[in-house]
Write a protein of this length. Structure first.
Length: 260
């Protein structure tokens, strides 16, 4: 039987002794869910509200950055949770962790237990999904087991009757490289599946789309290192250039639990 409880989980893709992603935390407060990348704790968080209005925003502790009139950089409205008995869930957040972009350096201190989600094979990505449903946890696990494609990492039954699910699955990945050109205040970076100097990819970046109402927030976390890449080299090697205007056009809304 599902039970109303409190969610407070720290998770990462990979392993404590091998290549891994950043550490993430998801927690609940009453009917609200919050998600943060540990290195950005106190700076930025994702809020999944029971009103269905969701936000990726700078925290109140950090304050409003210069030049912005709202702490929220992304706002959207998640789909409603489907009625019980339909075998459906609403996906609200999905993050890809490509295995060939995981990092071995530097190591983050592990002062609290971490749920390690296994990394996918090379050339693939581990996908972490966050969903809301009115099905029971037992029903969700049965639906996932029927196809053996997804597994429940953690879940919580909220006081309002919604079940929040953190799930994982493996997907193919194209290993697109991304460069951040050097600027007046920062060096150049390359986020690549190739690490010829064995840097360990000490820098990690998370890239998100701009979802419309009814869609999910989609992200990818990549590991990289300091490296300046010229425009000609980028073009010759098929390297994408990150700009403030880049949008990843991926849309996901309500889906069957078996087909998500």
């Amino acid at each position: 039987m599902d039970r109303i409880s409190i969610l407070d989980t720290r998770f990462a893709v990979g392993s404590e002794t091998g290549p891994r992603s950043s550490i993430w935390r998801a927690w609940s407060h009453q009917n609200e869910i919050y998600v943060v990348q540990r290195s950005l704790a106190g700076v930025e968080k994702i809020s999944l509200h029971s009103s269905r209005v969701c936000r990726k925003a700078f925290t109140s502790e950090h304050g409003l950055p210069v030049g912005l009139d709202d702490r929220a950089t992304i706002k959207w409205k998640r789909p409603p949770s489907p009625d019980q008995g339909l075998g459906e869930a609403s996906r609200v957040l999905m993050i890809a962790f490509p295995t060939d972009f995981l990092s071995t350096s530097p190591k983050q201190a592990l002062d609290k237990p971490i749920t390690w989600v296994p990394a996918a094979p090379s050339g693939c990505a581990t996908i972490l999904e966050m969903l809301f449903t009115h099905e029971t946890e037992e029903q969700v696990r049965q639906e996932f087991a029927a196809t053996n494609l997804r597994r429940v990492v953690d879940s919580v039954l909220l006081p309002n009757g919604e079940l929040f699910i953190l799930a994982s699955h493996v997907s193919d990945w194209k290993n697109r490289q991304v460069r951040v050109p050097a600027g007046e205040t920062h060096p150049g970076y390359l986020f690549s599946y190739s690490d010829p100097d064995n840097t360990g990819r000490p820098v990690r970046i998370i890239l998100f789309n701009q979802p419309n109402d009814g869609d999910a927030l989609i992200g990818q976390e990549l590991g990289g290192y300091r490296k300046s890449v010229s425009d000609s080299d980028a073009a010759d090697n098929g390297i994408d250039t990150l700009t403030r205007k880049e949008v990843f056009e991926i849309k996901h809304g309500r889906s069957k639990l078996k087909d998500i």
